[in-house]
Design a protein around this ligand. Sequence first.
Ligand code: PLP
Length: 399
Amino acid sequence: MPDNFLHPWTKKLEKSFVQQALEVTANPDIISFSLGRPDQNLLGLLNQNNIPSDILSPQNLQYSPPSYELKKYIVKLMKERGVDCKEEEIFLTSGAQQAMSLLTKVMTHENDTILVDQLTYPGFIQVNQSLNTKLVPIPCDIRSGIILDELEKLLNCNPQPRFIYMIPEGHNPLGISLGETQRIQLIKLAQKYQIPIVEDDAYGLLTYETTVPPLKSYWKEGVFYIGSFSKVLAPSFRVGWIVTPKTTIERFETLKEGTDINTSTFSQKLILSILNDTDFDAHVMTLRESYKKKRNIMVNSLKKYIPELEFEIPQSGFFLWGTLPSTVNTTELFNVALREEGISFLPGEAFLIGERADAKNSLRLSFAFCPIERIEEGVKRLAYALQKVNNAALQRMAV
Ligand SMILES: Cc1ncc(COP(=O)(O)O)c(C=O)c1O
């Protein structure tokens, strides 16, 4: 097919590192610390439910309006998270990914500015690649997240940004959760400049220590909230939601119709039956306990085998962000680790917008997907790979 059948602008679309990692980690011999995939065994918990025999009934296989019952359940879930909302304010999406894509579309136009942590979720960067919006990175501290003074400087000197994109709980990739004071200060700042926030709460239910309410609970009118069943039920259901003022819903509906018509009826019905027939709160508790155990094993193994790695212990979500001495290039380490030790992770630069020196020697490790009994072995393999990279660097210096 002649290349010019596709519009030239598409040439600038780059495959993200995450997409590439998805391909390489399909090999079962590789221990994967690379992706934000839930634990297979925890997904397996769903098998214990009696899937209703009428799940394949014709009406479940149809195009259909969004399920009011499911919205009702989400309202209850949001209330438990500290957010008061009504069914009319819930917009169902095909996962959090579609939610951020639709939100960006309704909130921006070409060349508009969005403020975002300089290390952030690549899926959000991808959304903006095709929309031609401008992402302005907010400097962040890898221990505590967003630097509010830096945000204020940016708010002062940028043409009115359209919104701020935030992942306050279980940050991807930093593994950070913003404390209550930070959340309140962030909201105050956003209110002062009247800039809305898009809050991506994909990991909001997976907290391992204490739980702080989402940003939405502090500023109902100014925060667009994104939730998802991917990490707590299954990513393949592709069901997420936006909490947004009722008056905006019609515009989301029109945009979504042009994208995928409606969120899978089958998935909505399946999720509903799981929520109705099981103790979902107990399920979330099991997930929290299981992921916390995995996190602890990863933390202890890293301290034992890679003591030079600096990191904070994640309080929620799937990820741990680590920084190695500045002499190590984690992209080089990634290649050696994958090729020679069969272990994968993602190098820090895969998440970077703009410039930041320590992204080059940092990495993101996911403790969620790897079977619990292989985490220590995976860390050992990573330590071997690191040794090889360090030895190669010494040899280069000696020549
Ligand atoms: C921060 C963040 N937001 C959104 C998503 C996408 O979630 P979903 O499967 O609901 O589209 C992910 C997936 O890894 C994520 O890490």
